[in-house]
Design a protein around this ligand. Structure first.
Ligand code: GTP
Length: 368
């Protein structure tokens, strides 16, 4: 993609800089995140972060700072100065992970604008960034927070608001959520609020900065909408988000019209009678054997799925192999692992990189 096929600077984005937090360890996605940071995992053919950066560029924002920590070099090696995406990308790396608030404070030296958009680097979203900025400008808030509604808010930051949309409380991962509105991980900050965050120590924006701003009577405004939204932090969400991108349910300016029941990348082979459905994506150079059945599968580059194997809602890491008639469901297979013929891996199994399981090595049934 080049900057030519995107709108130049739509109203509202002038003088706005964006910060994307990409320094987390991504523990919930292990073992995939042992070798690559979560935002760089391939998602519908490009690193996950490319979807977010393209959305930022589509909103007319060019200056983007990546707050890195874990595996920092990988981002600069891939994106360089950002010009291929029409962006001016800079990087600030923490020597020790500083948490979400500390990471925002740590990039202050790169921020010259008064209005700063901050994104968690693992959210797949369709919200109109310009609308979030417009809400911020209208309300004159110190911070504006994007909110979405989810069926189970307990794993997120629950955010009650008053009738004007002003945030009244911030309850991180509460067991007793008073509303289904949650923090969607996109914020607009006044630069002066970032200056107030204590420098040089780990700070959580969710557990410290937002509660303190509210306790001090400061103005946090909500921008709630019903746009597509998914936190890609767990294997279940990663698989769902990937399938939604492939099928066009999740928007992404990085993908254009390449949408359908499956997406097979160049250099990949698909044998006769293989079935690829449910938003399956097959990476570059991967091989899918005859009569294999892939439903909502995420097959990373160079992986091999042999004849008659079944992969449902699972991620198969770089260069991993599934033997003939293996069954893999709701599972993560690490890079280079080798799963023998007729093995069955179900419900949250995670195979570590390079592990070799012999033929029939793990079964949930007795009819081998
Ligand atoms: P888990 O370990 O699975 O919880 O994932 P995570 O480490 O990514 O944490 P979480 O999903 O809560 O992080 C939300 C966002 O903030 C992600 O985009 C992370 O990359 C980012 N993030 C979390 N901690 C840090 C940090 O210490 N420094 C920086 N720069 N970013 C962080």
């Amino acid at each position: 993609m080049t900057s030519d096929n995107l709108a130049d600077t739509p109203p509202g984005a002038d003088g706005v800089q964006a910060v994307v937090l990409v320094g987390g360890k991504g523990t919930r996605l292990r073992p995939l995140t042992l070798s690559a940071p979560k935002p760089m995992l391939p998602t519908a053919g490009v690193p996950f972060l490319t979807h977010l950066l393209s959305r930022i560029r589509e909103a007319g924002i060019v200056d983007v700072v990546l707050g890195t920590s874990f595996q920092a070099h990988v981002f600069a090696e891939y994106y360089g100065d950002g010009s291929k995406l029409g962006l001016n990308l800079t990087y600030v790396t923490e020597t020790e992970p500083l948490g979400t608030g500390g990471a925002i404070r740590n990039v202050l030296g790169e921020l010259t604008a008064d209005t700063i958009l901050v994104f968690n680097g693992d959210v797949l979203g369709g919200t109109d960034v310009r609308e979030v900025l417009a809400t911020h400008r209208r309300s004159g808030a110190d911070v504006t927070m994007h909110l979405v509604s989810v069926s189970d808010p307990r794993a997120f930051g629950c955010v009650p608001t008053d009738e004007t949309g002003r945030v009244t409380d911030f309850l991180e991962k509460t067991q007793d959520p008073p509303t289904d509105q949650i923090n969607a991980g996109t914020y607009v900050f006044r630069r002066s609020v970032i200056e107030e965050i204590e420098a040089g120590r780990p700070v959580s924006v969710e557990r410290e900065v937002f509660p303190k701003l509210l306790a001090d009577g400061r103005h946090i405004q909500a921008h709630a909408d019903h746009a597509y939204w998914r936190d890609m932090g767990t294997p279940e969400d990663f698989v769902r988000g990937s399938a939604d991108l492939v099928r066009g349910i999740a928007p992404s300016p990085a993908l254009g019209d390449r949408r359908g029941e499956s997406l097979v990348h160049e250099g990949a082979g698909v044998g006769p009678g293989a079935v690829l459905i449910g938003g399956t994506v097959v990476g570059r150079g991967a091989e899918i054997g005859p009569r294999a059945r892939l439903d909502g599968a995420v097959i990373f580059d160079g992986a091999v799925v042999e004849a008659g194997a079944v992969v449902e809602r699972s991620i198969i890491g770089f260069g991993a192999r599934l033997g003939p008639r293996a069954l893999v469901r709701d599972t993560v297979i690490g890079d280079g692992a080798d799963v023998g013929a007729r093995c069955e891996l179900l419900r949250g199994a995670r195979v570590w990189p390079g592990v070799q399981l012999p033929d029939n090595g793990i079964r949930f049934s007795t009819d081998v």
